[in-house]
Write a protein that binds this ligand. Structure first.
Ligand SMILES: Nc1ncnc2c1ncn2[C@@H]1O[C@H](COP(=O)(O)OP(=O)(O)OP(=O)(O)O)[C@@H](O)[C@H]1O
Length: 216
């Protein structure tokens, strides 16, 4: 799939955007499945706003977002669900795990939501091992540390099929060692899926070989 942004301006940010310059806001941008796109954005410039717009959680903007050439405001709930099941995955900054479910239940909900799961059940266990969260898989998410929850949210995003993965500060609660492991896993699954990603974060980094970097 591809995502096209045409002159996108979130209404609450309009004044700020028109005063400054951004590679994304009020611009034309295409995000394709082969892209490893980094978006560098200081705090408050709209990473979470953009994530929510891309996932169609917010529609308070002018301009247009297209999935594969279709304006997402005209896409019905069934088609939107199908994009979210098959083509687009996300790691929210606030993670959005179901706190009353266990870590593995959160992951499995994502893995089996598509008729063709992205990975097998045994691969989930391997991912958990890689990220050092095997021991908390049967623990309720709201009793896990934030760093553990972040690793569970990363795994949850990788077990469904996807062509583009949207990440909003996905490593904010991980130390360097765990960040490197998580980045390695994300890259491996993206390669398996022939997928790309959009990673929004505060600063430049070298966790991936980005195809390009834009400023929010
Ligand atoms: N619904 C809204 N109504 C009014 N202002 C909003 C709304 N949503 C976001 N904002 C404002 O838009 C700006 C961008 O918010 P956003 O959460 O997207 O930033 P961010 O880049 O993700 O920040 P951080 O790095 O601190 O997480 C902030 O100044 C915020 O107060």
């Amino acid at each position: 799939m591809n995502i096209q942004l045409n002159q996108l301006i979130p209404i609450p940010l309009k004044e700020k955007i028109l005063q400054g310059s951004s590679d994304i806001w009020n611009n034309n941008v295409v995000i394709s499945k082969g892209d490893y796109l980094k978006i560098v954005a200081p705090s408050g410039t709209g990473k979470t706003t953009l994530t929510h717009i891309l996932w169609k959680l917010r529609t308070d903007y002018t301009g247009e977002v297209q999935y594969d050439g279709c304006n997402i405001n005209g896409i019905n709930a069934q088609v939107m669900a199908s994009f979210r099941q098959q083509k687009l995955s996300v790691i929210f900054q606030d993670l959005r795990l179901f706190g009353h479910l266990t870590a593995i239940e959160n992951i499995e909900l994502s893995r089996i939501k598509s008729a063709t799961p992205g990975v097998g059940a045994h691969e989930v266990l391997e991912m958990a091992e890689t990220l050092g969260v095997s021991h908390i898989l049967n623990q309720k998410a709201n009793t896990c540390s934030y760093g553990e929850q972040q690793r569970v949210a990363i795994i949850r995003s990788l077990v469904q099929p996807f062509e583009i993965l949207v990440m909003d500060e996905p490593f904010s609660h991980l130390d360097e060692n765990n960040t490197l492991k998580a980045a390695g896993l994300i890259e491996k699954v993206c390669k398996q899926n022939n997928a790309g990603f959009v990673l929004m974060d505060l600063d430049e980094d070298s966790y991936f070989e980005y195809t390009h970097s834009l400023k929010l």
